[in-house]
Design a protein around this ligand. Structure first.
Ligand code: ATP
Ligand code: MG
Length: 295
C-alpha cells in the first residue's frame, strides 16, 4: 500500500480532536470506501506486518522512543485476534502485552492509573494494552456501584467526577507522550448485530464455548450505555499526541489491516535511526575484524 493510500485510509478513522466527534457517524461495517480491494486484504496485511517488524527492530535499536497501543472494544470485537495477527513476525523481546482485568485489592487501594503506568513501555519497547485505563471510564461508568469499593473522598459518580477522570487520563497520556511514548488508541467498533452472530458462533461450536461467558450477555444489555461511555471517552481524550482510531470491526480482516497501518504510521513518525558507531567504536570494529580474519 502506498503511503498516500494508507494516509487517506487512516484519516477516515482517525480522531485527533474530539470536539466534533460523534460515534454515531462511524459505521462498524465500513470497508474503506473503495480505497482497498477486498481481495487484497490478506496480501496488504501481510506486507504491513512485515514492515511493522522492521520498524520494531529500529525502535529497539534507536532506544529513544517507545510505543503504546491501547486496544478497547466490546466483547467479541476481536482484540485477541488483532494482537495475534498484527504482531506475528515482531520480535517477542520487544513487545509486552498486558490484559487488564477486574482490579484486585492492591490495585483498588491505589489511584486508577497506578497499575497502567507500571506497564507503560520502556524505551525501545512496544506495549500493548488489551483493555486499559479506559475501563475506568467505561465499565465503571456503566456500573457506577463499582466506585463503592474505592473509598474515594468527595462526591463520586457525578458529571464532574467523570470529567475529572477523563482530564486525568488526557494529562497522563500527554505526560507519556512527552517522555517519548508514541500513543495509538484503537476502538474496535463492532455492531450489535455482529456481536450477536459472534456470540452464537461461540455457543454453537464446542471448541469455542470457553470464549463465551454469561456475563457477556449482561454487558450486551447495556449496549447503549457503553456506546455513550465510549462517545464521551473518545471525545474527551482524542488529541494529536494520543489519537483514537475508530476502526470498523465487523470485518476482522479489514480491522487487522487498519491496526497494522496505524502502528506503522505512528512508528514512521518517530524518525527512528539505527545508531552509527562513534569514530572510536568504528576503529575498534576494524581491529576486531582484522583479528578475526587473521585467526
Ligand atoms: P476475552 O473475553 O476476549 O477473553 P476480555 O478482555 O473480555 O477478553 P475478560 O476476562 O472476559 O477479558 O474480562 C475482563 C473484564 O475485566 C472485563 O469485563 C472488563 O470490563 C473488566 N475490567 C477491566 N478493567 C477494569 C476496571 N478497571 N474496573 C472494572 N472492571 C474492569
Ligand atoms: Mg470477555
Amino acid at each position: 500500500m502506498t503511503p498516500k493510500t494508507a494516509g487517506a485510509l487512516l484519516d477516515r478513522y482517525r480522531v485527533a480532536d474530539g470536539a466534533k466527534f460523534r460515534l454515531k457517524d462511524h459505521d462498524p461495517a465500513d470497508t474503506g470506501g473503495g480505497l482497498v480491494e477486498h481481495s487484497q486484504l490478506d496480501t496488504l496485511t501481510a506486507d504491513g506486518v512485515s514492515r511493522l517488524s522492521d520498524l520494531q527492530a529500529r525502535l529497539y535499536a534507536d532506544d529513544r522512543r517507545s510505543m503504546l497501543l491501547v486496544l478497547q472494544a466490546m466483547d467479541a470485537a476481536g482484540k485477541d485476534g488483532t494482537i495475534k495477527h498484527v504482531m506475528t513476525g515482531v520480535n517477542p523481546q520487544g513487545v509486552q502485552v498486558t490484559a487488564f482485568k477486574q482490579p484486585g485489592p492492591a490495585e483498588l487501594a491505589h489511584g486508577f492509573l497506578w497499575r497502567v503506568h507500571a506497564h507503560a513501555p520502556s524505551r525501545g519497547q512496544i506495549a500493548i494494552f488489551n483493555r486499559s485505563h479506559y475501563e475506568d471510564v467505561l465499565v465503571t461508568r456503566v456500573h457506577p456501584e463499582m466506585l463503592d469499593r474505592l473509598n474515594l473522598p468527595g462526591p463520586v459518580g457525578g458529571k464532574k467526577f467523570w470529567r475529572h477522570r477523563l482530564e486525568d487520563i488526557a494529562a497522563f497520556e500527554t505526560y507519556l507522550a512527552r517522555q517519548g511514548t508514541q500513543i495509538v488508541k484503537i476502538f474496535l467498533h463492532l455492531s450489535r448485530d455482529e456481536q450477536k452472530r459472534r456470540f452464537l458462533h461461540r455457543i454453537d461450536h464446542p471448541d469455542k464455548n470457553w470464549k463465551f461467558s454469561a456475563a457477556d450477555l449482561i454487558e450486551r444489555e447495556r449496549w447503549d450505555d457503553y456506546q455513550d461511555a465510549y462517545q464521551a471517552a473518545i471525545a474527551a481524550t482524542a488529541a494529536p499526541r494520543a489519537p483514537w482510531f475508530v476502526v470498523p470491526a465487523d470485518d476482522k480482516r479489514f480491522a487487522h489491516l487498519i491496526v497494522a497501518e496505524a502502528m506503522i504510521e505512528a512508528l514512521q513518525s518517530c524518525d527512528l535511526h539505527v545508531p552509527k558507531p562513534s569514530p572510536d567504536a568504528a576503529a575498534r570494529l576494524r581491529e576486531a575484524e582484522q583479528a578475526l580474519r587473521a585467526e
